[in-house]
Write a new protein. Structure first.
Length: 275
């Protein structure tokens, strides 16, 4: 039987989980191969040279060999760590939420170039912004677009009448905005004027520009609800088993742990250097 040649691919590490006493299974997201599960052997050992190259929410170049059931990482070289993500709980929380969306929506061995570039661009913006939540929402809107669920914001999805900013509803199951007349007939949830304007602005603006927009608490809650319902529609229930709010809470717990772990590792390095 001919030996399969190793694969080389750029990828973002979405997450990892322990395997045995010394290994980890890394979930990689590749622009050419989609979602890839690969074993990083020995990375839980104290002197592992590979451990720093397979950290979640980092970008790298990977060599992969086909094992019995999973790929095995033969070598790894870090390209980006986006260190601010690992030093700040809020940034880490939003980054993990984006990574989870990609993880849940991507198949193995599938070309994912556009989504890969979106995730990479969003993580880069997240590392620089003072408004991480806004970047994640910007990512979500474009994620919906790429999944074929771009919300209609220009015309009523029921009667096709043009819509202004006032008196509208929003119905993810129908595909977007509901005009005042159809909304008054009982269709859709309320879509306030500030959130309607913000959705339109987000659609045409960069992540950096979106992050500069101030949003009050009421609009923030409403926007989050509309985006979550749209995601549930796009992912066909794959978010229903664990609501997006619960995902974010879990991501925050993981984020706090990761930030704490990074700080402890840095202190250990400083201690060893002092000795």
């Amino acid at each position: 039987m001919p030996r399969v040649r190793p694969i080389r691919t750029e990828a973002i590490v979405l997450r990892q989980r322990p395997l045995g006493d010394a290994d980890r299974i890394c979930v990689l997201f590749s622009p050419t191969r989609g979602r890839v599960e690969a074993v990083a052997k020995g990375v839980r050992k104290p002197l592992s040279k590979m451990s720093g190259h397979v950290e979640p929410l980092s970008r790298g170049q990977f060599g992969l060999a086909q094992g019995r059931s999973l790929y095995v990482i033969t070598d790894a070289q870090t390209l980006d760590t986006w260190s601010p993500l690992h030093d700040d709980v809020e940034r880490m929380t939003e980054a993990l939420a984006m990574a989870e969306l990609v993880d849940r929506s991507t198949d193995a061995d599938a070309y994912s170039g556009q989504l890969y570039q979106l995730l990479r661009q969003s993580l880069e913006a997240l590392a620089l912004t003072s408004s991480p939540e806004a970047v994640r929402r910007w990512f979500t809107l474009r994620f919906l677009d790429q999944q074929g669920y771009r919300p209609e914001l220009d015309a009523c999805v029921r009667c096709r009448a043009e819509v202004g900013p006032e008196g509208n509803g929003y119905a993810p199951a129908d595909g977007g905005v509901i005009c005042p007349s159809c909304h008054g007939a009982g269709h859709g949830q309320r879509l306030s004027s500030p959130v309607f304007r913000l959705l339109r602005y987000m659609r045409r603006s960069s992540a950096e520009s979106t992050a500069q927009v101030r949003v009050d608490a009421a609009a923030s809650t409403e926007l989050e609800r509309h985006l979550r319902l749209s995601l549930e529609q796009a992912l066909d229930g794959r978010l229903r088993s664990s609501s997006f709010a619960e995902d974010l809470a879990r991501a925050e717990t993981i984020g706090r742990s990761a930030v704490k772990s990074a700080a402890e590792s840095e202190r250990e390095e400083q201690h060893r250097a002092a000795i």
